[in-house]
Design a binder for this molecule. Structure first.
Ligand code: PDD
Length: 286
C-alpha cells in the first residue's frame, strides 16, 4: 500500500512521512485522536468528531492546531488522493516536538502541535462480524479517570483485545466498581424487554459520536432508551446486546463471558439499529 498521508500541512507518501523522536505523542502519549468513517467516499458525522476533538484538546490545554474548516478540507483531500470509498480516516494531534524530553508542557509559542492524518480502506457496511455477532469477555477497567478525553493511551485497550483473543472471544467489556463502563474501543449496550440500556455519560467513558446518533435514531423510532449503569450479571440475562463505534457502526454481541444471549444470533434491535444508522448516516454524509 502506498498511501498519501498528511503531516503538518504536507501531503506525502506514507514511506516519507516523518515525526520527531522528541514528539510528545511518542514519548508521553500526550496526544488526542479521532476516527471518522467513510462510506461512498463521504464522511460520517464529521462535525461530531471535530467538536469532540476540540473538546479533548481544550481539556488538555493544547493550543489550537488546525481550524475546523481546514480539517474538513484535509479529510476530503485525503479521501480524493487515496481514492477512498469505504473505510476510516485516522487523525492524531500531539502537543508537538520540543527540543528535548521533559515532563513539563513546552511553551505553545515555541512548540506547535503535530497533526497527522491517514486513510484506512476497509469494508464497514458488509462485514462477516455483523452477520455473526461478537463474543465478549469482561475484564477489569484499570484505565485512568478521564476516559471522556480521546487520548492515544491505548495500551490497556490493546491488552484487553489480546485477553479476549486468548479467551477465544472477539472483544472485552471493562468493569469498574461492579458496573460495565464500555468496550475496549466502543460503547456497550444491552437490550431487555425491548429497552435499550447503556451507561450514562460521565468521565468514565468516551462520549461516543456513534452512541449519540444511535440513541437519537432509537428514540425517533419510538424505542425506549435507559442511560444507566448495568452489571455483567444483567448482561448475561439480557435478550441481546451490541456495541457502537465509528468503525463498527452498530455491531451485535451474541455472548458475554461465555453465556449466549437470546438464540445466540444477532438480535432484532441491534440489526434494526444497524440498518437505520447506516441508512440515515449515508443521507447526511459530507
Ligand atoms: N474507538 N469508547 C472507546 C473507549 C473508544 O475507543 C471508542 C472509539 C468509542 C466509540 O466512539 P465513537 O462512536 O465516537 O467512535 C467508545 C475508535 C473507533 C478507535 O479507537 O478506533
Amino acid at each position: 500500500m502506498d498511501r498519501i498521508v498528511y503531516v503538518n500541512g504536507d501531503y506525502v507518501p506514507e514511506t516519507e512521512a516523518k515525526v520527531s523522536v522528541f514528539d510528545r505523542g511518542f514519548l508521553m502519549a500526550d496526544a488526542v485522536y479521532e476516527v471518522t468513517s467513510v462510506i461512498d467516499g463521504k464522511l460520517i458525522d464529521f462535525a461530531g468528531h471535530a467538536v469532540r476533538l476540540e473538546r479533548s484538546m481544550k481539556e488538555l490545554d493544547m493550543p489550537e492546531a488546525i481550524s475546523m474548516d481546514d480539517l474538513l478540507a484535509v479529510h476530503r483531500e485525503l479521501i480524493a488522493r487515496n481514492d477512498l470509498v469505504e473505510g476510516m480516516i485516522y487523525l492524531q494531534v500531539t502537543r508537538g516536538a520540543p527540543s528535548d524530553r521533559d515532563f513539563v508542557f513546552p511553551d505553545p509559542e515555541e512548540t506547535k502541535p503535530t497533526v497527522v492524518l491517514f486513510t484506512q480502506a476497509k469494508s464497514l457496511v458488509e462485514t462477516p462480524a455483523a452477520e455473526k455477532g461478537l463474543k465478549i469477555i469482561s475484564i477489569d477497567d484499570i484505565r485512568w479517570g478521564r476516559r471522556d478525553i480521546k487520548t492515544v493511551q491505548l495500551l490497556y485497550p490493546s491488552m484487553g483485545k489480546m485477553m479476549a483473543k486468548a479467551a477465544g472471544a472477539d472483544d472485552a467489556w471493562m468493569v469498574e466498581d461492579g458496573f460495565v463502563t464500555e468496550g475496549t474501543s466502543n460503547n456497550a449496550y444491552i437490550v431487555k424487554d425491548g429497552k435499550i440500556i447503556t451507561r450514562h455519560l460521565g468521565n468514565e467513558i468516551l462520549h461516543g459520536i456513534t452512541r449519540a446518533a444511535v440513541l437519537r435514531f432509537a428514540r425517533e423510532a419510538q424505542m425506549v432508551v435507559e442511560e444507566r449503569s448495568f452489571t455483567m450479571e444483567e448482561a448475561k440475562e439480557a435478550d441481546e446486546a451490541f456495541v457502537t463505534s465509528a468503525s463498527t457502526f452498530v455491531m451485535p454481541v451474541v455472548s458475554v463471558d461465555g453465556v449466549s444471549l437470546g438464540d445466540g444470533l444477532p438480535g432484532p434491535v441491534a440489526k434494526r439499529l444497524r440498518e437505520i444508522y447506516i441508512e440515515e448516516s449515508r443521507k447526511v454524509a459530507v
